[in-house]
Design a protein around this ligand. Structure first.
Ligand code: ATP
Ligand code: MG
Length: 219
């Protein structure tokens, strides 16, 4: 087997009165898509927050590309090319799509950077990955799906190779879910997106959706 891009070994995380993650181990291969399934409170978000550096494990280790890492914050995980789309988006409504994507990612203030160059790159990314959005629009004018696209583009813009989605469908309508699933398919399969086939996603999904997916696969 190839070197896994992610290895979690015996991750344990305790909160007062509860063990949220009890010696969790798993590996993820480059180019693969995984779903993390479990009932409410099972510890999915906790584990993904640990992988993203928002929480520190009480026990266990994380290896990225075979190298042990210690994430003290998301800054550290971002440096290891990990990106996360949270259930609650973290966009600044009064800024544009492009400003939200480049804020904190380019040296200097978002307002002083090469805005045209950034918008151009965002347009290319959004075409490549089928995430339609006008970089010049203000986030306050966007629908929830469009905001989610911005969050995904934000991660792709900084060239993350490990994409974590925490319940990406929870905020979407059934039609929007179909559309997102199409994109996920694109991430792993499309010839046009070979580049993204190199990347991988982890997500916590709802169990009913997973059962539907299994049913489809079995057909
Ligand atoms: N910051 C925290 N402080 C204290 N307890 C927490 C904290 N975060 C999570 N927990 C607890 O840890 C357990 C696991 O929670 P977690 O959010 O990881 O579950 P989940 O699988 O993501 O659930 P859901 O499907 O509802 O999103 C729960 O009992 C939760 O109440
Ligand atoms: Mg959760």
């Amino acid at each position: 087997m190839n070197q896994p891009i992610i290895q979690l070994n015996n991750i344990t995380k305790r909160f007062p009165g509860i063990v949220a993650n009890d010696h969790i181990s798993f590996e993820v291969e480059r180019g693969s898509i995984h779903t993390l399934a479990g009932e409410n409170g099972a510890g999915k978000s906790t584990l993904m927050n640990i992988l993203y550096g928002l929480y520190q494990p009480d026990e266990g280790e994380i290896l990225i590309d075979g190298r042990p890492v210690r994430f003290n914050s998301s800054k550290d995980s971002i440096a290891c090319k990990i990106g996360m789309v949270h259930q609650h988006f973290m966009l600044i409504p009064k800024l544009t799509v492009a400003e939200n994507i480049i804020v904190g990612q380019e040296p200097g203030s978002a307002l002083k950077v090469d805005r045209r160059g950034a918008e151009e790159r965002i347009r290319t990314l959004s075409e490549t990955y089928g995430l339609r959005i006008d970089p010049a629009r203000r986030v306050s004018e966007l629908t929830v799906t469009e905001q989610q696209r911005v969050e995904i583009l934000k991660i792709l813009y900084r060239e993350a190779e490990i994409l974590i989605f925490d319940e990406p469908t929870a905020v979407l309508t059934p039609q929007e879910i179909d559309e997102l699933m199409t994109h996920e398919d694109v991430y792993s399969n499309s010839a046009k997106c070979q580049e993204l086939a190199e990347k991988k996603a982890l997500h916590s999904a709802r169990l009913e959706e997973l059962y539907d997916l299994w049913a489809e696969l079995e057909d």
